[in-house]
Design a protein around this ligand. Structure first.
Ligand code: ADP
Ligand code: GN1
Ligand code: MG
Length: 371
């Protein structure tokens, strides 16, 4: 018997004109939130053309219309930038394929929300940093992305997830999950709970600077993992920033920090053996160099000064979110095995600890590339 997902995929595919015959659809990628598929088609000239089909996670993004308005607005804006610079608009930004009725997404008969993007061919999507050159490229790509969107009318953007990188709010949610302890899991992660509690005051540092006007609000990506940049297979250059669901007003430090937390180490995010996890100062330096090279002129003195805080707080926040999700029953981040969210949280806390140990060096590196 066909699964509901298969049936909804078939229904959704029928809502689109792919310009050729559909040959097959397979699950694709390693995201934690949306369901991603690759659609293979054969075009009239015999060529194979691929598309990305995604079911938007409407538990996470509960207003797909607003979400797709953001994405259509941002990608249209990026396309005009790319065109002015003589770039390739079909590869250097996401392109939404409209439905046969001209809509940016399709709602299936079970209220699932689906969208289709042109597949950006000839690229790789890394799950882990393989060499410094790749990380440098990713840094430049996110730095450029922020630069390109510097003049985007931020007030037209919807907040797709409320308080997304509001770290003190994430802390409150974590405490609520510990208090409720619905599955009796807290006793098994007491050391991790204590780790977060010892850093409660840290959670406020960037929010306080924003609220007192010392840090500016910018249009940011907010999910700057390495695997959200497609890198050209031949040239090794960062080609396209993807996963635009969380493009919203935010802090530049969050974009810097989220890349660091995911990329400046040599382990997978869910490595079960924390003894293998260590923060890499050379990779931190590489990313800093690339990011400041691309976005540096646009950043204020205070933003640059607090980049190490961006790295530490994004890593702490993400670890706290994994821990909260574990305590609440793993309903937010997709897991493939028991305890995966605990492993994810432990890697993040080991990285936070390493950053704290190397705090002076982190600040020295930032200073070196800030002038
Ligand atoms: P999630 O929000 O679940 O992380 P993403 O939008 O990042 O979903 O997509 C998941 C994966 O699908 C990416 O890591 C990448 O491998 C692939 N992908 C997404 N969009 C495209 C695209 N337009 N062209 C090629 N690959 C893509
Ligand atoms: C999620 O969607 P994906 O896998 O790129 C999450 C990020 C986390 C990340 C941790 C919308 O990113 O905030 O940092 O997992 N995205 C959302 O790997 O919550
Ligand atoms: Mg992604």
């Amino acid at each position: 018997m066909k699964s509901t997902t298969d049936e909804m995929i078939q229904e959704t595919l029928a809502a689109y004109d792919f310009g050729g015959q559909i040959v097959g659809t397979v699950r694709y990628g390693e995201g934690h939130i949306n369901d991603t598929f690759c659609v293979y088609t054969q075009q009239p000239d015999g060529d194979c053309k691929r598309f990305i089909l995604q079911r938007i996670n409407t538990d996470t993004f509960n207003n797909p219309r607003q979400l797709m308005e953001n994405i259509s607005g941002v990608t249209t804006y990026l396309r005009s930038h790319i065109q002015q610079n003589g770039g390739d608009t079909l590869r250097e930004t996401l392109n939404v394929l409209p439905t046969k009725e001209g809509a940016a997404y399709y709602t299936d008969t079970q209220t699932g929300a689906w969208r289709v993007y042109l597949f950006v061919e000839g690229t790789v999507c890394l799950q882990k940093v393989e060499n410094e050159a790749d990380f440098y490229t990713v840094a430049q790509t996110f730095g450029n992305f922020q630069n390109m969107l510097a003049d985007y009318p931020a007030d037209t953007l919807h907040e797709t997830i409320a308080a997304f990188h509001d770290t003190p709010n994430r802390y409150e949610n974590f405490e609520k999950a510990v208090q409720a302890d619905v599955l009796g899991r807290a006793k098994g992660v007491q050391a991790e709970i204590d780790f977060v509690r010892a850093r409660k005051a840290d959670c406020r540092v960037l929010k306080d600077l924003l609220q007192t006007g010392k840090l500016p609000l910018r249009v940011t990506h907010n999910d700057t993992k390495l695997n959200n940049v497609l890198i050209d297979k031949t040239t090794g250059k960062g080609i396209c920033v993807i996963d635009l669901d969380t493009v919203m007003p935010g802090l530049s430090l969050h974009d810097f920090g989220d890349s660091i937390r995911f990329g400046a180490n040599n382990c997978a995010e869910d490595e079960p053996d924390t003894a293998k996890v260590s923060f890499s100062l050379p990779l931190f330096e590489t990313f800093t160099k690339g990011f400041l090279n691309a976005a540096g002129d646009a950043l204020t003195k205070v933003e640059k000064e607090y980049l190490p805080w961006g790295a530490k707080l994004m890593t702490l926040e993400c670890g706290m979110r994994f821990l909260t999700d574990y305590l609440e029953g793993d309903h937010y981040f997709r897991i493939h095995r028991d305890g995966q969210n605990v492993d994810r949280c432990r890697t993040q806390f080991k990285l936070v600890q390493d950053m704290e140990t190397n705090w002076q060096q982190l600040n020295d590196i930032i200073k070196k590339y800030s002038c």
